[in-house]
Design a protein around this ligand. Sequence first.
Ligand code: AKB
Length: 318
Amino acid sequence: MKRILIVGAGGQIGSELTTYLRGIYGGSNVVATDVRECKALAADGPFEVLDALNATAMASVVARHHVDTIFNLVALLSAVGERNPQMAWSINIGALMNSLEVARQHHCAVFTPSSIGAFGPNSPKVKTPQDTIMQPTTIYGVCKVTGELLGNYYAHKYGMDTRSIRFPGIISNLTHPGGGTTDYAVEIYYEAIKNHRYTCAVPKDVYMDMIYMPDVLRACVELMEADPTKLVHRNSFNIASMSFTPEIIAAEIKRHIPDFVMDYDIDPVKEEIARSWPDSLDDTCAREEWGWAPQWDLPRMTEDMLKVLTPRLMAEHA
Ligand code: AKB
């Protein structure tokens, strides 16, 4: 049975991954931590306030709870990172370095997410391969590439078990992203239900890979449970499940909400970032090395998002 520490558990992935992992490994075996108090995460397992930039405090949590696996989920996302690149670097890399160092000293495995943002305008745009040019033009991407290299370095130098996934834009019906370029693909569902209208900050023709949260949660566990002898790669795996433009997701929503209208107010920062990222990723290596297979596509996800969100948002507005 794993003893897991989640660093940055209050964020988009962490809030749902904590519950998911507790369901698999038992509540007391998954220690959630975040820089802020988070009552929901304390309901079914241990929670501690932890500043991921404080390595001593992190080491103390790891020792006290006999942790053997660290999920480092701390990150400022792409759009917000461009507003303060220095802060993005110090938080994203600071938290990762502390997780790797504490893991080295306490013999833990480490999972940390990378992103489609690790690629840049010089990478092949369609079906971007697993191993290819990575020259991101955002600080977020620079941090992700650095993180991938650090993960591989710690595996090579110290024999550590480090693993990672390059996540597409994540869509969830529970948690909001906050500060990403792909956030529009979450916001659109909320606004379509509440107002039948959405103003999109990303141009209508830009393709980006996206993924539904249930596939994200399953991917994290499947990779961390994968037979290490089968892993040719470690940091980080391309995964893919759907790729669409704002125009395509709007059309899909319109099938359910016929009077839904989308207009555009383009954010130049988001446009530049979105255009620099791949249209779609090639996830052959993840499929071959640890059996990755997505279960959600755009039509099924849209049906599910609307089914779950509509009664909740209606009740909130009643
Ligand atoms: C972002 O838009 O910054 C993130 C990502 C794709 O990594 N959702």
